[in-house]
Design a binder for this molecule. Structure first.
Ligand code: APR
Length: 230
């Protein structure tokens, strides 16, 4: 009975119509990270940041899971061991596909946060800098997204899961952003079999014991079928 930890990135949602960050014409080619994905950028121009996430929240709400998300939900339902998805993505496509054990280490578009009192609630479709916090009423609400320079969520829980993993799979991520980019080394150190499923070799491809390249909607179901037939 094997424990499987799966790290996903923007690439698994690409075929659902959601943009990736570093591919040709990606989100970081359209917006400056320092303007829309840092606490300093939010302090400088909260309206610009809310506009950026309001647009992504609306797009994510319309998006449907693709065969890659569905295959991972099937794996969780049928695999005898524990299956955990640690996603860098802020969309909810894993949950829409039926996955239950999902950690959003970079937060989620579905969440709102008050940076005055730390209250969290379900984000409305559109947020603005003047929204009062439902608990303290301060006009200090932000998307519950982890920005550059901030600490990702659930790192302790993720470290424990990596130490207990028999299989670590990385799907649709460029391996450019830490600490997620180092999970393969952590899992490998604990003896896990490491797999990269990506459109093309990521920055960390050589660190994986097994690699399969192609669109997630094709190679993830293939890998899940193989895993379930072990
Ligand atoms: N199927 C599989 N992989 C794909 C597909 C696809 N259809 N399309 C693109 N990819 C791959 C790309 O080859 C690339 O390696 O997905 C990866 C996307 O990389 P990034 O755009 O860098 O996204 P990600 O790795 O998730 O970024 C990590 O950086 O900006 C921060 O917080 C943000 O969570 C994000 C983090």
């Amino acid at each position: 009975m094997s424990n499987i930890v799966i790290l996903t990135g923007a690439g698994i949602s690409a075929e659902s119509g959601l943009g990736t960050f570093r591919d040709e014409g990606g989100l970081w080619a359209q917006h400056r990270i320092e303007d829309v994905a840092t606490p300093e950028g939010f302090a400088r121009n909260p309206q610009l940041v809310h506009d950026f996430y309001n647009a992504r929240r609306a797009q994510a709400a319309e998006a449907e899971p693709n065969a890659g998300h569905v295959a991972l939900a099937e794996l969780e339902a049928k695999h005898t061991g524990h299956v955990l998805i640690v996603t860098q993505n802020v969309d909810s496509l894993h949950e829409k596909a039926g996955s239950k054990n999902v950690i959003h280490m970079h937060g989620a578009l579905s969440g709102a946060l008050c940076h005055a009192c730390d209250h969290r609630w379900a984000a409305p479709p559109s947020m603005s800098p003047n929204d009062p916090c439902p608990r303290c009423a301060a006009a200090s609400t932000r998307p519950d997204i982890v920005w550059f320079g901030e600490i990702p969520y659930a790192m302790e829980q993720i470290s424990v899961a990596l130490s207990e993993a028999d299989v670590f799979v990385s799907i649709g991520t460029s391996g450019e952003v830490y600490p997620a980019a180092n999970f393969v080394a952590d899992a490998d150190q604990y003896g896990a079999h490491t797999v990269e499923l990506n459109l093309e070799p990521s920055a960390g491809a050589s660190r994986f014991a097994e690699t399969r390249f192609g669109p997630a909607s094709q190679i993830v179901p293939e890998w899940v079928t193989d895993e379930l037939s072990r």
